[in-house]
Structures are given as structure tokens and as C-alpha cells.
Design a protein around this ligand. Structure first.
Ligand code: NBP
Length: 473
């Protein structure tokens, strides 16, 4: 038997599909899963007739791989990844490489890269986006870590990744935990996009009273526009079309409005706080999911805390277009925050990120894929030192042209008592970023008053403290 070019450990949803993707590009593969019945089932079903060799111990698995060995670990993030690495380490030889394709926390990846590089092994922490479908047909891949290992993997990764007009959706992201950091922020942006779309739906349904056929038509139409064309808008249009076969009602209306949130959205917010980069739209998206989960408490509160009653008397078609504009402006602000976070992380952790390339590899395969990413790519290619996406000429003009509509939509939402936390957070971000004067002069005075934190003045150099209680008239 010829030795295998690539090995996959972990045959759950992602591992199985990535393994089949690699095999379909002409690379002989080996597979291993902790529970052997899962491996057998895979071999008898999806891997039947394919160039896949199964192994039932890690020793056997490692022996059938050609050198340098390339081992993709696709197991549950956290402790299982460390366990698998510990078992593999003594079986591998210098130059071999482990790729962790799960949603690992970038700090874990940083630690694992250091530990493995010290033993002569390569470690690639690789963000994978695109879910089950993407994994099988072409995901967006965000590999970071040992650069020499990436070079060995490049011929395989460029073939299995999604392909767009300007190349495969993969690039070497940077050292250490860079790949998983970028994947984490990708997921934060995904949270933001999903929340913004949910708010647009709430307004279309509860201010304008659109039914599901109309909601489908609006989102399908938005998906044809340069501004909003994207995977998430496309699937949203499909969702409104889906009728529950049992009840004949739109299925989406039968789904409990309590959303879950796993690690990556929260991790993005935590990292942004640690690095001092404002990402209010993504934070609002995480919070919106958290409060949605308080279903019973919300039901009880609704009995006691009635909101305003309002009726929409304006031009429905014109207001749909304003919601579209508000969605686009809010989305621009959310991406501006995400890119600013990446830029700061790059500086802080020496990732040396190429933001134009990052936007390019998100153009295909992943959940946030969108036509609009091409504009972000161009903005950072034209000016890699761009301080904020909102200052790129195209984005600046787009937002200025639409800001009146955006503000009107928020006023109407407030009149109707409809929460639009991500739309509002985006507008607040825009207004905070563009204003010459913010009220934090007062905050500084208060901090100095109760804690002698000192302050700077606008009219002279230096650091000052005042005994505020000795009031000067
Ligand atoms: P899961 O996250 O559900 O993990 C299941 C796999 O981990 C099984 O193969 C299981 O083996 C293995 N495993 C566990 Br649990 N503990 C282990 C241990 N101590 N030693 C060895 N193997 C162990 O699988 P998934 O949904 O395919 O996701 C894999 C990774 O990819 C995760 O980090 C996930 O966050 C990430 N991801 C998922 C998606 C998605 O759409 N699902 C998308 C992008 C990224 P067993 O069969 O023996 O229990």
C-alpha cells in the first residue's frame, strides 16, 4: 500500500467532510477516530470505494502516513485537542506537523505552537469556516502557526479551499495563534451580521406588517444588490419561504426565540476589551442572544411593562429601502470594528496580518461570504495603513449618502418600542468616531474628583489634579 499523504483524526461532522474533500482532490488519506465504531461506519458508508485507509490505533495511523506527516486534528475544542496532541507527540518525528482545524481559543493555539515547535514538530492552528457544506466542497481556511509547515501543506490547502475569482480562500495568516484569532473575529463579525439581519426582519414584520412571502421577496431582492449580496441574506430569503409541512405555517415563526451562543462571539468581545478596541455592534449581538434566552422572564415582564403603541402611516416601499440602507450602514460599522480589532491584535501579538488578504479569503466558502468583502479587500490593498474602514473613500461616501435613512429607521424603531441593539450600536459607533468632542471631559473630571486620577487640559500641557470639593465660584 502506498503511504498516505494526509491524515485526519476525528470523524464527526467537520472531520468526515474535510477528509472527503481532501480525498476528492487526489490525495490518499488515512483516518482515525477515538471510537472505532465511528471509523467503521465511515468506511462502510461515505468512504466506500474512496482512497481512504482506516486505522484503529494512533500507532497504526502514524505508520501509514508519508513523511513529513501531515495530521489534521478535528476534535472538540479545548481539552480533547491537548489529549490528542499528547498521544501523538511521542509517535511523530521532527518535521512532522499537526493541524488543529477546530474552533480553538487563540491563546491555547499560541501555547501549543510554542510547545510543539520546541520539539521540532510543526503546529498549524487553522480556522475553518463554512460548516458541513463548506468543509466538503470548499471552506475558507485561516491557517497560522509554523510557517514552514504551512508551506508543506499549501498544495493541499489551496486545492481543498473555496475558489473565488482572485484565488483560493486560504493564505498563511501569521505566527502562533494568528489563524485562530482571525477565525474568532470572523465569527464575531458573523454574530454581528446575523443580529443586524434579525433586526431588519423585526422592523419589516412588526413596523410594516410584511408577511412571509413579502419578507422572502425583500431579502431575495436585497441579495441582488452590490451592497448586501451575501450568503446570510440568501439563506434568510430561503428561510422565509419554508412552510412547515405539518402546520402549513412558516417554520421560522414556530421556532423558539431563544438563541444560543458558543465560545467565539464571547471570546471576540473579551479580546476587544483586553486590547481596548471598541466593537459595540458585535457586543450588542452577543447580548441580544443572551437576553433572548431569558424567555420565561421576558414573558412575565411583558405583562407588566407595556411598550408604546404606534401605527405606520408612511410609504411602505420607501421605508423598506431605508431599512436596507440602515442595514448596510450598520454592517459597514460592524466590519470597521472587526478590521480595527484585527489591526490592533496584529500589532500587539506581532501577527503581521494582511487585512486585504484576510478580506479576500472570506469572499468564498465561509458564513460571512459577501460581494462587499471585495471592497474591503481593495480598501486595505490601496491603503494597508487605513486607520478605519469608514475612512476608505468608497465606504465614507456610502455611509454619508445613507445616514439620514439610517437615523430615521432608528427613530421609528424607538417609537414602536422595537429593540435594535446592533443597528443602534453601529450608529453610536459612527457618531462617536466622527465627533470632535465627546463628553469624556466630564468623566475625567469625575475620576479626578473621587480618585485623584488626574486629567490633561486642552489649553495647556501637563497633568493636573484639582481638589474639586473646594468649589470655586
Ligand atoms: P465535535 O466538536 O462534536 O467533536 C467530536 C469529535 O471529537 C469526535 O470525533 C470525538 O470522538 C472527538 N473527541 C472528543 Br469529543 N474528545 C476526544 C478525545 N479526548 N480524544 C479524541 N477524540 C475526541 O465535532 P465537529 O462538530 O466536527 O467539530 C470539530 C471542530 O470543528 C470543533 O472545534 C468545532 O468547534 C469546529 N467547527 C465546527 C463547525 C461545524 O459547523 N460543526 C464549523 C467550523 C468549525 P468520539 O467519536 O470518539 O467521541
Amino acid at each position: 500500500m502506498t503511504k498516505r499523504t494526509f491524515g485526519v483524526i476525528g470523524l464527526a461532522v467537520m472531520g468526515e467532510n474535510l477528509a472527503l474533500n481532501v480525498e476528492s482532490r487526489g490525495f490518499p488519506i488515512a483516518v482515525y477516530n477515538r471510537t472505532s465504531s465511528k471509523t467503521k461506519e465511515f468506511m462502510e458508508q461515505r468512504a466506500k470505494g474512496k482512497d481512504v485507509k482506516d486505522a484503529y490505533s494512533l500507532e497504526e495511523f502514524v505508520q501509514i502516513l508519508e513523511r513529513p506527516r501531515k495530521v489534521l486534528v478535528m476534535v472538540k475544542a479545548g481539552n480533547p485537542v491537548d489529549k490528542v496532541i499528547e498521544q501523538l507527540k511521542p509517535l511523530l518525528e521532527p518535521g512532522d506537523m499537526i493541524i488543529d482545524g477546530g474552533n480553538s481559543l487563540y491563546e491555547d493555539t499560541e501555547r501549543r505552537t510554542q510547545e510543539l515547535e520546541a520539539t521540532g514538530l510543526g503546529f498549524v492552528g487553522m480556522g475553518v469556516s463554512g460548516g458541513e457544506e463548506g468543509a466538503l466542497h470548499g471552506p475558507s481556511l485561516m491557517p497560522g502557526g509554523t510557517e514552514t509547515a504551512y508551506k508543506e501543506l499549501e498544495p493541499i490547502l489551496t486545492k481543498i479551499a473555496a475558489q473565488v475569482n482572485d484565488g483560493p480562500c486560504v493564505t498563511y495568516i501569521g505566527p502562533g495563534g494568528a489563524g485562530h484569532y482571525v477565525k474568532m473575529v470572523h465569527n464575531g463579525i458573523e454574530y454581528g451580521d446575523m443580529q443586524l439581519i434579525a433586526e431588519a426582519y423585526d422592523l419589516l414584520k412588526n413596523v410594516l406588517g410584511l408577511d412571509h412571502k413579502q419578507l422572502h421577496e425583500v431579502f431575495a431582492e436585497w441579495n441582488t444588490t452590490d451592497e448586501l449580496n451575501s450568503f446570510l441574506i440568501e439563506i434568510t430569503a430561503d428561510i422565509f419561504k419554508y412552510v412547515d409541512p405539518e402546520t402549513k405555517k412558516p417554520l421560522v415563526e414556530l421556532i423558539l426565540d431563544a438563541a444560543g451562543q458558543k465560545g467565539t462571539g464571547r471570546w471576540t468581545v473579551v479580546s476587544s476589551l483586553e486590547l481596548g478596541v471598541p466593537i459595540p455592534t458585535m457586543y450588542a449581538a452577543v447580548n441580544a442572544r443572551v437576553i433572548s434566552a431569558y424567555k420565561q422572564e421576558r414573558l412575565a415582564a411583558s405583562e407588566q411593562l407595556p411598550g408604546p403603541t404606534a401605527k405606520f402611516n408612511g410609504d411602505v416601499k420607501a421605508f423598506i429601502n431605508k431599512i436596507r440602507d440602515a442595514l448596510y450602514c450598520s454592517k459597514m460599522c460592524s466590519y470597521a470594528q472587526g478590521m480595527a480589532l484585527l489591526s490592533k491584535a496584529s500589532e500587539e501579538f506581532n501577527y503581521n496580518l494582511d487585512l486585504g488578504e484576510t478580506a479576500r479569503i472570506w469572499k468564498g466558502g465561509c458564513i460571512i461570504r459577501a460581494g462587499f468583502l471585495d471592497k474591503i479587500k481593495s480598501a486595505f490593498q490601496e491603503n494597508p495603513k487605513l486607520p478605519n474602514l469608514l475612512l476608505a473613500p468608497e465606504f465614507k461616501q456610502s455611509i454619508l449618502d445613507r445616514q439620514e435613512a439610517w437615523r430615521e429607521v432608528l427613530m421609528v424603531a424607538n417609537q414602536f418600542g422595537i429593540p435594535v441593539p446592533a443597528f443602534s450600536a453601529s450608529l453610536d459607533y459612527f457618531d462617536s468616531y466622527r465627533r470632535t468632542q465627546l463628553p469624556q471631559n466630564l468623566t475625567q473630571a469625575q475620576r479626578d474628583y473621587f480618585g485623584a486620577h488626574t486629567y490633561e487640559r486642552t489649553d495647556k500641557e501637563g497633568v493636573f489634579h484639582t481638589e474639586w470639593a473646594q468649589v470655586s465660584e
